[in-house]
Write a protein that binds this ligand. Structure first.
Ligand SMILES: Cc1cc2nc3c(=O)[nH]c(=O)nc-3n(C[C@H](O)[C@H](O)[C@H](O)COP(=O)(O)O)c2cc1C
Length: 369
């Protein structure tokens, strides 16, 4: 494909058809797809669209500052890049390009355990960016511990433990296409090698993920995982007030209201729809983030109004990477930032802290307020 003119792109949605042109069809479907009938996949985006904003006027919005903190780390806007496996499926520069683009835009980047590049390679390429490490527990606890300790040594600022994948969801698109997550998996050295990074094994990544079942991870394991480093612990994949309450009792630092981009259990609610109950359950004890279907700057404003500290952005990042490499991601982040800034100004909220529950309403209730 000839070089695309990134300045001609004006919404995150425009990256997806461009990615489809350059990606292998099986890989495209792996990224785009959800599980089973993809009921929750459609709902994730729909839940943001069902909210209506309540703008206040005659507020001085001559200075708009979208900056805030997540986990105490400065971010240019209330957004971080969601952990996603295998950025190499989208572009040969893989996570190195994503991490650099995130650093250039001033937003945190969460590296997946199943990344193409190793965590050390990414740290080396983007030494100054805020980087967090997403952890999938491994069959052998010693391997999990090694991943945590390598992440700390390589300057990752938090462990984001994914708790909604005891095994892989029923992903029909991948079953039909025969897609396999073959790697390289940069965080896993080739068999027989003592190197902790570089190269990485080529293996069935789905089989690797299935091993999590072996570990039978439970609430009792959190203290052990925590004891392996001094890093803050984030739980990703909380969908109920009950589990949010338990997470807070277990002293985690943040939780992500997430249904894994609708790739795990289908027919679950959209994270947007459970956000308020989760925020109420933790009652300020831990930060709450949300992901799934964030596609516009408005969505960040709605997330803040519903009580989230920030959002994670998933698939559009991989589409942008496929379409334009690191420059594509920088363009995507610039678009969403500008959309958020304009939405903040029109909402009468010059900073993210000014956005509150009174700025949003469910569409169904809008005539009642
Ligand atoms: C291709 C792909 C790979 C993913 N891999 C991971 C992963 O390795 N670890 C994880 O915690 N979540 C993973 N996720 C889920 C994302 O972190 C995030 O929850 C989801 O994509 C957000 O929804 P969105 O894509 O609609 O923005 C993946 C999602 C996609 C699309």
């Amino acid at each position: 494909m000839s070089e695309i003119d990134l300045s001609a792109i004006h919404s995150l949605a425009e990256f997806e058809p461009l990615a489809r042109l350059v990606m292998d069809p099986g890989a495209f479907d792996y990224v785009a797809g959800g599980s089973w009938d993809e009921v929750s996949l459609a709902e994730n985006e729909g839940a943001w669209r069902r909210r209506r904003l309540r703008p206040r006027v005659l507020v001085d919005v001559s200075r708009i500052d979208p900056g805030t903190t997540m986990l105490g780390q400065a971010t240019a806007m209330p957004l971080a890049i969601a952990p996603m496996a295998a950025h190499g499926l989208a572009h040969p520069d893989a996570e190195v390009a994503t991490a650099r683009a995130a650093a250039a835009a001033g937003v945190p980047f969460i590296l997946s355990t199943m990344s193409t590049c190793s965590m050390e390679e990414v740290a080396h390429a983007s030494p100054d960016g805020v980087r967090w490490f997403q952890l999938y527990s491994q069959a052998e606890p010693a391997r999990t511990r090694e991943l945590v300790q390598r992440a700390e040594a390589a300057g990752y600022g938090a462990i984001v433990l994914t708790v909604d994948l005891p095994l892989l969801g029923y992903r029909e698109r991948d079953r039909r296409s025969g897609f396999e997550l073959t790697g390289p998996h940069g965080n896993f050295a080739a068999p027989g090698s003592s190197a902790t990074h570089g190269g990485g094994i080529h293996a069935d990544g789905f089989a690797q993920l299935k091993q999590q079942l072996v570990t039978g991870l439970s609430w009792d394991d959190l203290a052990t995982i925590r004891s392996w480093s001094s890093l803050p612990l984030v739980l990703k994949g909380i969908m109920t007030a009950e589990d949010a309450q338990l997470a807070a009792e277990h002293g985690v630092d943040a939780i992500v209201a997430s249904n894994h981009g609708a790739r795990q259990l289908d027919r679950v609610q959209a994270p947007t729809d459970v956000l308020e109950s989760i925020v109420a359950a933790v009652d300020g004890r831990v930060e709450v983030w949300v992901d799934g279907g964030v596609r516009r700057g408005h969505d960040i404003a709605i997330a803040r109004a519903l009580g989230a500290r920030g959002v994670l952005l998933g698939r559009p990042i991989l589409w942008a990477l496929a379409a334009g490499g690191g420059a594509g991601i920088e363009r995507a982040l610039a678009i969403v930032r500008e959309e958020f800034e304009i939405a903040m100004a029109l909402l009468g909220t010059p900073t993210p802290d000014d956005i509150g529950p009174s700025h949003v309403v469910l569409e169904a209730l809008r005539s009642e307020r």
